[in-house]
Design a protein around this ligand. Structure first.
Ligand code: GDP
Ligand code: MG
Length: 197
């Protein structure tokens, strides 16, 4: 697979709306969204890991196999973010989801160890309202004992009222990578081509 960083969009005029099917990654800040993108693309330093949470919100775009985009949304829920920054984040996301034509798939990244938050539920609401099919990942699965995994996945699935339980993944061990990649590519390839108009 090839993966190339394209741009960091700070406002609507910088969003990529050129007809390329896009998978958009969302999740709480520090949940491991950037680590998951690096795992899936096989490039350790493609998305920046462990950057200061709550830093100015951008949407980072990556070109995958010169066919699809992965878009990394700014993380939410970091307590120390200023009110002004939260408003900026909300405005950025609102404008992002206003024209969801090219967004073929949402990828919600959650933490396998924790019950999803109200903000996670809001994110699923955004996907549902925009008519964007989405899958849910439960990252940091390496932090759970094998016996804890199924109950944890059930809790996430029930809390977010998912049709299918979340897919476990560990950005540290790589567990789950193959299954998730095939799920994402199957969904992207199978999605309707709405074009740009
Ligand atoms: N144990 C464990 N740590 C992880 C995993 N994924 C990410 N992390 C760590 O979680 C922190 C946040 O990761 P990052 O990818 O920057 O999260 P983001 O803010 O959601 O993009 C970093 O310290 C990562 O090393 C995982 O699967 N297992
Ligand atoms: Mg990140």
């Amino acid at each position: 697979m090839t993966a190339k960083f394209i741009r960091s969009a700070a406002n609507e005029s910088q969003f990529l709306r050129d007809g390329v099917k896009t998978a958009v990654f969302a999740g709480r800040s520090n949940v491991g969204k950037s680590s998951v993108i690096n795992l899936l693309t096989g490039q350790k330093n493609l998305a920046r890991v462990g950057g200061t949470p709550g830093k100015t919100a951008h949407v980072n775009y990556f070109f995958i196999d010169e066919t699809f985009y992965f878009a990394d949304l700014p993380g939410y829920g970091y307590a120390k973010v200023s009110h002004a920054e939260k408003l900026r984040w909300a405005a950025l996301l609102e404008s992002f989801f206003l024209k969801p034509e090219n967004i073929a798939l949402g990828v919600l990244v959650t933490d396998a160890r924790h019950k999803p938050t109200a903000l996670d539920a809001q994110m699923t609401g955004l996907f549902r309202q925009a008519g964007i099919p989405f899958i849910t990942l439960a990252n940091k699965a390496d932090k759970l004992k094998p016996s804890q995994l199924q109950p944890a996945l059930s809790l996430i699935g029930e809390t977010l009222r998912l049709e299918e339980p979340p897919l476990p993944v560990s950005s540290v061990t790589g567990a789950g990578k193959r299954e998730i990649l095939s799920e994402i590519f199957n969904r992207l390839k199978g999605s309707a081509d709405n074009g740009t108009d």
